[in-house]
Write a new protein. Sequence first.
Length: 361
Amino acid sequence: MKFGVYNDRKHPLSILSKERIKSYLKQTEEQNAELFFFEIDNVHFETFEIMGTFFEEKQLVHRLTSFPDLILNESSTSYDKVKDREKELKLKSEIPFISHLIGDKLLIDHILRTSNQFEEYLIPSAPLTSFKDVFEMPHPLVLLKPTNSGKGQGIHILKKVSETRFLHITGDQKKQIPVLQFKKLISELKRQGNYMVQPYITSRTKEGNTFHMRVHLIRNLEAKWVCLIVLADVAEPGRYTSNYKGNTTIRGIDFLVQQYGINGDNVYNRLEKLSLQIADEIDHYYPFTIDELAMDFAITPEKEIKFFEANTGPEIIAFAEERENERAFHRIGYAKTIVKALEKTPLEDRKGKHFKITAKK
């Protein structure tokens, strides 16, 4: 089998980490598959060929090759940022992609809320439409965040101090602003059209540091979800958010035992089980099979688990070498399973269509 690694903005070798590239090469060799890297400008639709970059005897080799059996698309770019949307759509009509974008935070909230299985884990959420959305939120701290971004970007936390002043928190900056400045901020965020409002959920360590838990799931050779890792991201003292570069990342089980003692194992198991259930529910909504998800959770002082968000194509920073190798192991195995499943469908019936890959029981 032959796989092509693709990024929708740049050549993948210029954007992927060395750990990811190394792991891909190792796992394709061990699993008896062929692998090359390419970008959209390398595709020749008229001859059904791609100028691919191969690693042969530890050397980069550029050569024309036939279309791969499956594209391992290493990107989670929104459609407006794709380098050549028209060509990419044409590529998708010829070759199946392993990964697909899912909806924004409000849509995922809607999917889970309408299932009636996860109500206790969900945070009240609504699109930001007016000043009332903030004024009438029955919670001392209100959080505003973009529905379509990650890593803590664009988050604003507000608290009404008096009739004329608000506390405004962004990143590690905290200041009081007059009501007119507050209204201007809300108007600007509302105009962007992609903001949501939630009560701020307190999730702090015994030492008082803000933290969140991240659970990274991926499909394996049998197309089943497996937990790649559970992590805790802990903020610096004084910060109200913990999803930013520069926080401290700790293995989830170590962190939970540290924080909750003998109950740490129980919290870990609850997180893992809940993540698998949520992943199945989100996957059920879409016409394609989701291959990879990362979910973020809060744990309140009452040890309640609250769901923040789910993302495809999560960035791997902590424990990179270990995680990338395990990720590549499962991803190549799952890719082979997809190809074998699609071989049963005539080529003309699968071009440009989504498919559900059934997990082996």
